[in-house]
Design a protein around this ligand. Structure first.
Ligand code: ADP
Ligand code: MG
Length: 604
């Protein structure tokens, strides 16, 4: 038998290797930004087209490459950063594998322009699918420009697998933020489709954090500084009252490299012990410097996880440091977030006990315990159009006994007689149906109703919009503005109308009819949150996330009292839904209890 084993041609090997290094445009961004930093750049520009699918270009003012190095840099395992295996244990550069450029060049069209400081001319190199198609001398400024076009052009399966532009942009911005936060003294510029998203001037860490996350961040930051033999810890934590309901602004950097570590995260969360509302997450930006030989970066191909020698000591140190800073900045006593401020007695007042006045009883002369609602705002607005499904056949009117006739003594006897629904603990609605009773969760039911309404308006027919008397200007970080901008047309279908987009604000002149003005900011903030953190990789449709997010934010909550009319409206609308039985998040909206089941309860 003849021999059958062959070596794979280089371009095939590179394409296979590329699969590991380059998952999406954001991976290219990370590699190119890191190369620019390793080259000693002080100004780095990132230019994107179509979420990086059409173009990712990084321009730096670093040390550049010679003509020979420019060609060499695209060879697999070609690196200037390590020479021998031992160097792996003393890394102070981001890169060291020498496979990023080879991988990227295997699956895209690359144009490299580079020049070293003292050279007259630079080099321009064009590569398509690992093949050098042109090389010229050019005049260019010192540094390197690497343009990566048409990523995955030769791997359609990979290209089709990419998510929407919003999601891919989100991943890119994540990488960009991590690199920019790790290097606050370097200037960064990010343009997407010729719009400026970030212009970060070289500064200090606090200013960099504020420049990325918005001015609101400034007052939230508590500094952290600790130096010991095994680790130096710097950075900031956000005061506990600003903790987020979604995991978001949590950054660890070890020796200027962003890392993920659930172990260290645990240490920080633990230090916040008792200070966080349940289910909320602290924000932090923590920078650990450890001796290069005490970590192993090599355990993860994309290098966001590392292994520490002194993991346990590090944990203890980090926890103690964060705890100490929380105490020092006097944030520790803020324990009860929901407490009623009027119940607070200042210690001060005890000194003037004589001036304390007797408590007065306030009587509301209009108070009527039988009034159905005390809410000023209508808590459940009726739908404009009602579907005409005969949900009412579910119901029979409640027979009124003689005893109940005595209720005529009360003002609202008319309503009590025909009332089909009751609210329990401002949380559930109960109603009698032919077969027994139905219990409805008011929040989940309303989510279902709003979800279907929004989904329809976003996808099928435009929603009615109400024009605001005075347009509202809302501040967001530039990255958030970028995201809102990419969703503009869907938001318009949902009933929003926009006036002006600036780098860090948006002016809104119209909102969906089901939205009240005071909620605009929270709705948009929640939407960004949901898009960012809830569905990063799920098969993704904007419409669906948007409708879910709005439904969640706008739904009536537990604790909202509903008038009989509102209760009936809600029940009617729920059973007019296409899928009334589950909330948009898959929870049951109602449960029924049949007469048999009720009878059973009484058998014993
Ligand atoms: P690594 O970063 O792991 O060394 P890469 O494939 O990313 O591998 O890069 C290969 C080499 O190309 C680098 O070691 C470096 O010498 C050179 N290089 C890449 N990008 C730049 C740049 N922006 N400026 C100067 N040199 C660069
Ligand atoms: Mg590299």
């Amino acid at each position: 038998m003849s021999d059958i084993i062959q070596l794979l041609p280089d371009h095939v090997a590179n394409q296979i290797a590329a699969g590991e290094v380059v998952q999406r445009p954001a991976s290219v961004v990370k590699e190119l930004l890191e190369n620019a930093i390793d080259a000693g750049a002080t100004n780095i520009k990132l230019l994107l087209k179509d979420a990086g699918k059409t173009l990712i270009q990084v321009i730096d003012d670093g040390k550049g490459m010679s003509a020979t190095d420019a060609r060499m840099s695209f060879e697999r395992h070609a690196t200037s950063k390590i020479q021998k295996a031992e160097d792996l244990f003393n890394l102070c550069t981001k890169g060291f594998r020498g496979e990023a450029l080879a991988s990227i060049a295997a699956i895209s069209h690359v144009e490299l322009k580079t020049k070293q400081e003292n050279e007259e001319l630079g080099t321009c190199l064009k590569i398509e699918g690992s093949k050098i198609v042109a090389q010229d001398f050019i005049s260019t400024s010192k540094g390197t420009s690497m343009a990566v076009k048409n990523l995955f052009y030769n791997i359609p399966a990979r290209r089709n697998f990419l998510k929407s532009d919003t999601v891919e942009t989100r991943h890119i911005i994540d990488e960009f933020q991590r690199v920019a936060l790790a290097h606050p003294t370097i200037s960064f510029l990010l343009h997407h489709n010729n719009n400026e998203v970030y212009h970060l001037k070289g500064s200090n860490l606090r200013k960099r954090i504020v420049a990325i996350f918005g001015i609101k961040m400034n007052e939230k930051l508590v500094p952290i500084n600790e130096q010991t033999d095994i680790v130096t810890i710097n950075g900031f934590i956000a005061k506990p009252e600003f903790s987020k309901r979604k995991r978001g602004e949590q950054f660890f950097f070890v020796n200027d490299r962003f890392i993920k570590s659930s172990y260290l995260n645990h240490a920080v969360v633990n230090a916040f012990d008792g200070l966080l509302e349940q289910g909320s997450h602290p924000s932090y930006f923590l920078y650990l410097q450890v001796p290069t030989n005490s970590i192993d970066i090599n355990i993860h191909p994309t290098k966001t996880e590392i292994k520490f020698d002194n993991e346990k000591a590090l944990y203890a140190m980090l926890r103690a440091t964060v705890k100490h800073s929380l105490g020092q900045y006097n944030v520790a006593p803020v324990l009860d977030f929901n407490r009623d401020a009027s119940l607070d007695t200042s210690y001060h007042s005890n000194k003037n006990a004589s001036t304390t006045s007797t408590p007065k009883i306030h009587v509301d002369p209009d108070f009527n315990p039988f009034k159905e609602t005390t809410q000023k705002e209508i808590s459940y607005p009726y739908r404009k159009e009602q579907n005409t499904q005969s949900w009412e056949s579910l119901y029979t009117s409640v027979a009124i006994s003689d005893e109940e006739k005595q209720e005529e003594l009360f003002e609202h006897q008319q309503e009590i007689k025909t009332q089909k629904t009751f609210q329990i603990q401002r949380k559930y609605l109960m109603s009698s149906i032919k077969s027994g009773v139905v219990l409805i969760n008011q929040t989940l039911a309303h989510q279902r109703i709003l979800y279907e309404e929004f989904l329809e308006s976003i996808t099928v027919k435009e929603a009615n919009s109400q024009q605001l008397l005075f347009p509202v200007k809302i501040s967001f970080s530039s990255q958030e503005i970028e995201m809102i901008y990419t969703m503009k047309s869907e938001l318009e279908n949902a009933g929003f109308s926009f006036d002006e987009f600036t780098k860090d604000s948006v002016t809104i002149k119209g909102i969906p009819v089901s939205v009240i003005e005071s909620k605009i900011t929270i709705i948009l903030e929640e939407l960004l949150n949901d898009i960012n953190f809830e569905v990063p990789d799920a098969s993704f449709s904007h419409f669906d996330v948007m409708a879910k997010s709005f439904a969640k934010t706008l739904s009536i909550k537990t604790g909202t009292q509903l008038s009989v009319k509102e209760q009936e409206g809600l029940v009617h609308d729920l059973f007019s839904c296409k899928d009334p039985s589950v909330s948009p998040f898959g929870k049951a909206t109602f449960k029924t209890l049949t007469l048999n089941e009720i009878d059973h309860l009484f058998k014993s």
